[in-house]
Design a binder for this molecule. Structure first.
Ligand SMILES: C[S@@+](CC[C@H](N)C(=O)[O-])C[C@H]1O[C@@H](n2cnc3c(N)ncnc32)[C@H](O)[C@@H]1O
Length: 366
């Protein structure tokens, strides 16, 4: 049996149609055939690059900033980081290497859904002070929470606003091929969840929404006591997200190419969407988590001193090749990913204006 049969059986079991969120969940996370159960997907050999897989300077820059913030908040050592959705583990590796070179005590916890990627992280992070968490119930405090491209990897529903209300675009199978078909939205929880989008939708608008991402954030925020939360992903604040993507933001990647639809090669392609950062802000508001900063990744990296990290690297007498690679990576991180990705910083149990001031001070000094 392959993934097509798994999906087919699921569609039949559900009475002939499957929510797109369940389709994506199986396509990405089925333990045997799911996209994240196979590899490698990220980097040159895979389907897409992420900032940590481009160059370690991304992780070093974050490490340096995390250290500055930790010190300025007066938090005790060891410094504690929690990374969510670490993929191949390169961000953890680069952050830990930076701290270990500076001999600053640190503990690093990871939360990963895919057993295959967890195994990969074990290999990449061998000998490093890392642990894996499966629940948020005993998180350390204070803690610095980091994620890069986690929330775009959650299963998401496709819905459309029409003159007769919300329609759900569900997956059906006809003649052995999967496709979308519109059904009146039945799920009362999803109906309730979608109320927050009503002020911004127009007739015909398609929306890709991930209530599971909201629940995940809510669960995390509930368990945090004192924390800074750094979320990096592609997406937008709600009004401009809906303006930018009137037909939804669903994207399918295979070997660095964008495909037209998600049904051709399930299990072997990345199915993703642009995240709604307002969901994280709303989840935070219910749990005393305050938004501190929201900007493009490029501006954020400049604000926190990526050029100073580049200068430090240049002072360490790298080979010409290393120097060129680092400069090119900075260019991509600041300009290309810098414009497509956004950064949200939130804080719990900290005077948020103080944190805001810390980011601004850094900017004034550079
Ligand atoms: C697009 S990859 C990004 C990987 C890495 N952060 C990077 O930037 O290269 C998404 C990651 O999030 C993980 N993930 C997705 N849903 C998760 C969940 N509910 N809990 C923990 N990890 C999750 C995936 O397995 C994968 O490691």
């Amino acid at each position: 049996m392959g993934i097509r049969e798994v999906l087919s059986q699921k569609i039949q079991a559900e009475g002939g149609s499957l929510s797109f969120a369940e389709f994506v969940d199986i396509a990405l996370y089925h333990p045997e055939f799911g996209y994240y159960s196979k590899g490698p997907h990220i980097g040159r050999e895979g389907d897409f690059y992420t900032s940590p897989t481009l160059h370690p300077i991304f992780g070093w820059t974050l490490a340096r900033w995390i250290h500055q913030v930790w010190n300025q908040l007066g938090w005790p050592l060891p410094l504690r980081i929690l990374e969510l959705g670490p993929g191949e583990g390169y961000l953890a590796l680069d952050i830990l290497t930076w701290f270990q070179q500076k001999e600053i005590p640190i503990t690093y916890a990871l939360v990963e859904r895919s057993p295959t990627l967890k195994q990969r992280q074990r290999e990449v992070l061998q000998g490093k002070p890392v642990t894996w968490f499966t629940t948020f119930s005993d998180l350390p405090s204070p803690v610095f929470v980091v994620s890069n491209e986690l929330f775009d990897a959650f299963p998401f529903f496709r819905v459309q606003w029409t003159s007769s209300g919300w329609q759900e675009l569900r997956v059906v199978e006809k003649g052995g091929a999967f496709s979308f078909q519109a059904f009146p939205l039945q799920d009362p929880e999803l109906q309730e969840f979608l109320k927050r989008y009503r002020p911004w939708v127009h007739e015909g608008q398609i929306l890709d929404v991930a209530p599971q991402a909201y629940q995940f954030a809510l669960d995390l925020f509930t368990h945090l006591k004192q924390a800074v939360i750094l979320t990096i992903d592609y997406g937008d604040r709600r009004p401009s997200l809906l303006r930018r993507f009137p037909q939804g933001s669903l994207m399918v990647y295979h070997q660095h190419r964008v495909l037209d639809h998600p049904f051709g090669n399930p299990g072997n392609v990345d199915i993703t969407y642009h995240i709604d950062f307002d969901l994280l802000i709303e989840a935070g508001e219910t749990q005393g988590v305050e938004p501190v900063y929201f900007k493009d990744q490029g501006i954020f990296l400049m604000d926190i001193g990526i050029l100073e990290v580049l200068k430090e690297l240049e002072r360490s007498v790298p080979t010409q090749e290393e120097e060129i690679k680092a400069r090119l990576a900075v260019k991509t991180l600041v300009y290309r990913f810098g414009r497509s990705h956004q950064v949200l910083v939130q804080a719990k149990g900290i005077h948020a204006p103080l944190l805001q001031e810390l980011i601004k001070q850094k900017k004034r000094r550079t």
